[in-house]
Design a protein. Structure first.
Length: 251
């Protein structure tokens, strides 16, 4: 599993942002790539641009995951590499968060990671090898105000990562996490829009607020996160690790 060429890699949330950057690098290294997400038009456009496959599924729906993953296996063979990248983040004061919002954030970020990992683990065990990389967040490593559900979910993703890493260490499967800080994606741009609308700050002031915790004073780029993910996919000895990609924000 130290090489990518000819391996089938499946990337959730692969239609844009970090997921698309990961899919691009995997395809560039010769992997057969399937991207999965909810937005058919976005997925199919990205798949066409990269010359890869796409399947539509909501990672919180186990039936859709099973169907999409089975179709991906029919297309490209057994899944050797799984990148759990699909996620949802919302900034909500804890006293104002609804049960529905809490459940949805945990469902996408934590249960979605469980659903997709469960869907591939049997095939990886049968083949005696596999790579799972969970795109978590610095919110898996520390707490942040106003994103309690997101922090809880990502801490759970890291716990799941470490548990599975130990459980399958002797079976040729590694499970790791990459923990980005604020990254220049559609989600962060939408967060900036919300800050501007709710506070009256300029966009430059809103951006400065987001990046002030990063010692490098800037947003992380999706390609930088993708580099760390791809590196982990190529390693035999890295297992159960949480690699922060955040300019030194957390250590």
């Amino acid at each position: 599993m130290s090489r990518y060429d000819g391996k089938h890699a499946l990337v959730t949330g692969g239609g844009s942002g970090i997921g698309a950057a990961i899919a691009y690098l995997l395809a560039d290294k010769g992997s057969m790539v399937t991207i999965v997400g909810r937005d058919r038009a976005k997925l199919e456009a990205k798949a066409k641009a990269l010359g890869i496959s796409a399947r539509v599924a909501d990672v919180t729906d186990r039936g859709q995951v099973a169907e999409a993953f089975a179709a991906a296996v029919d297309d490209n063979g057994a899944i050797d590499i799984l990148i759990n990248n699909a996620g949802l983040a919302e900034a909500i004061p804890f006293a104002k968060i609804t049960d529905l919002q809490w459940d949805r954030i945990l469902a996408v970020n934590l249960t979605g990671t469980y659903n997709c990992s469960k869907a591939v683990i049997g095939g990886m065990l049968q083949n005696g090898c596999g790579r799972i990389v969970n795109v978590a967040s610095t919110a898996a490593l520390t707490g942040y105000a106003y994103v309690s559900a997101y922090c809880a979910a990502k801490h759970g993703v890291l716990g799941l990562t470490r548990a599975l890493a130990l459980e399958y260490a002797g079976r040729g499967i590694t499970v790791n996490a990459v923990c980005p800080g604020y990254t220049d994606t559609e989600v962060v741009q939408q967060a900036l829009d919300k800050i501007v609308a709710s506070t009256g700050r300029s966009r430059e002031e809103a951006l400065a607020e987001l990046v002030k915790a990063n010692p490098q004073g800037r947003l992380v780029q999706p390609e930088q996160v993708a580099d760390a993910v791809i590196w982990l996919c190529g390693q035999d000895s890295m297992n159960g690790q949480a690699i922060a990609v955040a300019g030194g924000e957390v250590m």
